[in-house]
Ligand binder design. Structure first.
Ligand code: TPP
Ligand code: MG
Length: 622
């Protein structure tokens, strides 16, 4: 057997360089490089190997968590056909990646995490940053990655890499099992040499399967469509990951079935497509929510049915409602008691289109859909232009309107947490697949900037906008430095409303008066956070990190700032204060957040009574 004598870390990098994926006859190098931060747990192993493999790019980030977000953003924007690996030292560098791992796994995105680990040979333990246990020597902080990883392994001996790496690749390239993969790498083992088989370093092509639906399931799904009077499609992220937009377009043009979109699926079809009725669920449009309410057949495509999509199981109220789920993951396909079509979205839509033959929704339903859509478009226009004047603080919906008007059809909008996902889900008008990049599986504050950088790296030809709040900015602004280092330009629109507008309004709806959600000094008498408003100079902060910054006091200034940002060649942060009194309303929907059953506060007791009433609409779909 021909062998190559290299360290475990060198073998790992040489293997990663050779991994290729194939879909629809096109091949892509799977790994774009490695993101991370060095410490004693990886500098001599992975760090040394990266240095002698200069054709495998290494990007130094500011926080390991952000590195994983960047990797997730990159994978999402690449429809999972490309990925990054992430390296960290042991201990805190490693555990910083756990949030990112959970985010990737929940969003079904491939990221390869390589946390450094404590010495396998143990004789020098406890090493710096080692978690000791009096009951075993076989545990450490990297075990915390187990529940948030789709594949987890620890490489105690260099030769274990030979069997671990193919498993890692199987999971990373699986359309149904995909998520974070963690290989914990003890710092001594990373540096150990071994005679690896030469075959390990040959180019390997992983086929991204387009799995075919089972004929019986397809027949049953077609029968359900044929019998439906009020069918509704719920398009999830799987439509984008499968690049099934054209197939969906053909299917709904032929059948007239309206399409509602989840956060992950938004942009599967263009906003002005005649069958698109906008967002569904707790943050849905009136059009989609009314159609969902009365639908007799829901066709979920590539959706997980999160509580935001199902409006906490209240969205579908027709007593006779049936479900057909097209999903590459059996786990999701069987949800809500559906006829499960376990298959790739594109293939399944093409086949279903043929099997349903000439099915077409009736004229009355088609007219109702068209009416609801037209009314919704008018509502969005109203929210984009609440006041005629451009003076004074704009409402958040007006900021969104200005951003949409300034952006081009191929531009990408990135967001994740706060009041922004809800408002954007309702209002943003996406023209091109992947133009709407919302991380709403984990809704992780701090994802926005690194996630957007990942999206920009995936397709530098698209302008990438980030929409975030003051709260989320303060949690993780530091990758701006990395954006300067790498020349990755993004446009950040930072809405300053002095705290958590989202959780503040949720708190008020629960009778809790926004307690603990405002950015204020502690009051001298009250001892609560109700003193003077904290003023943070966000523009100065972003400038100090290397961004070009602009403060916009009103809509006119915001519009000018957006034009200036487009012309800039580096990351630009626009700070705009908003008027929170004109919040975007909800549209006949709800979200289950449990309210205290007993309380000294009358407001909470009232909220509990409303809550108990609202819960009566929650349904089991079995
Ligand atoms: C890491 C993380 N911590 C906490 C939360 C809970 N949370 C959701 S939105 C939010 C407030 C966000 O504030 P900001 O970014 O200012 O947006 P706004 O609510 O003002 O629109 C919080 C704390 C979260 N989503 N992620
Ligand atoms: Mg805020």
């Amino acid at each position: 057997m021909k062998t190559r004598r290299v360290t475990m870390a060198q073998a790992l990098i040489q293997f990663l360089k050779q991994q290729t994926v194939e879909r629809d006859g096109r091949e892509h190098a799977f790994f774009a490089g490695m993101l991370g931060i060095f410490g004693h747990g990886n500098v001599a192993g992975i760090g040394q190997a990266l240095q002698q493999n200069a054709d495998f790019p290494y990007i130094l980030v500011r926080n390991e968590q952000a590195g994983v977000h960047m990797a997730a953003g990159f994978a999402k924007a690449s429809n999972r056909l490309r990925a990054f690996a992430c390296t960290s030292s042991i201990g805190p560098g490693a555990t910083n990646m756990i949030t990112g791992a959970a985010l990737a796994t929940i969003n079904r995105l491939p990221v390869l995490l390589l946390p450094g680990d404590i010495f396998a040979r143990r004789n020098v333990a406890p090493v710096l940053q080692q978690l000791e246990s009096p009951s075993t020597q076989d545990t450490g902080v990297n075990d915390c990655f187990r529940p948030v990883s789709k594949y987890w392994d620890r490489i105690y001996r260099p030769e274990q890499l030979i069997t671990a790496l193919p498993e890692a690749m199987r999971v990373l390239t699986s359309p149904s099992e995909c998520g974070a993969v963690t290989l914990a790498l003890p710092q001594d083992v990373q540096t150990e040499a071994y005679d690896y088989p030469e075959e390990l370093f040959q180019k390997r092509v992983w086929l991204i399967r387009r799995s075919e639906p089972d004929a019986v399931s397809l027949e049953r799904a077609a029968k359900a469509v044929g019998a439906a009077k009020r069918p509704l499609i719920v398009a999830g992220g799987g439509v984008l990951m499968s690049e099934a937009s054209q197939a969906l377009d053909r299917f709904v043009k032929a059948t007239g079935i309206p399409v509602a979109e989840t956060q992950a699926g938004k942009g599967a079809l263009a906003w002005n497509h005649p069958q698109v009725v906008g967002a569904i669920g707790a943050t849905g449009s009136l059009a989609a929510n009314q159609l969902a309410n009365a639908a007799d057949l829901v066709i979920g495509i590539g959706t997980r049915y999160s509580d935001f999509t199902s409006a906490s199981m209240t969205a579908f109220q027709n007593p006779k409602v049936k479900f057909v789920n097209i999903n590459t993951a059996e786990f999701d396909a069987y949800k809500v008691g559906a006829i499960a079509v376990v298959a790739d979205a594109r293939v399944a839509l093409e086949k279903l289109g043929t099997v349903v033959g000439g099915f077409k929704v009736n004229a009355e339903y088609a007219a109702e859909v068209a009416d609801l859509k037209a009314n919704w478009d008018t509502e969005v226009e109203r929210l984009f232009h609440l006041n005629q004047s451009d003076a004074g603080k704009p409402a958040q919906s007006e900021v969104i309107g200005a951003m949409w008007e300034a952006s081009g059809e191929r531009d990408v909008l990135v967001s994740a947490a706060g009041s922004h996902p809800g408002d954007l889900h309702k209002l943003w008008r996406t023209s091109t697949p992947n133009g709407y990049h919302m991380e709403y599986g984990y809704s992780c504050m701090g994802y926005e900037i690194p996630g957007a950088m990942g999206a920009k790296m995936a397709d530098p030809s698209r302008e990438v906008y980030v929409f975030l709040g003051d709260g989320t900015y303060l949690m993780m602004p530091t990758e701006i430095v990395t954006s300067v280092q790498e020349g990755i330009k993004i446009i950040v629109v930072l809405v300053d409303n002095h705290g958590f507008a989202s959780i503040g309004s949720l708190s008020r709806s629960l009778g809790q008066e926004g307690f603990g959600t405002r950015y204020r000094k502690r009051g001298e008498k009250s001892k609560q956070l109700d003193g003077e408003t904290l003023t943070v100079d966000f523009a100065a902060n972003a400038r100090s990190l290397g961004a070009h910054t602009i403060k916009a006091a009103n809509l006119a200034e915001l519009k000018k700032a957006l034009e200036e940002a487009k012309a800039m060649d580096r990351t630009t942060v626009i700070v705009v204060e908003t008027d929170t009194s004109a919040a975007v309303p909800g549209y006949e929907s709800w979200w289950d957040v449990a309210v205290a059953e007993v309380s000294e506060m009358a407001g909470v007791r009232e909220a509990r009574a409303r809550y108990e009433e609202a819960r009566k609409r929650e349904r089991h779909h079995l």
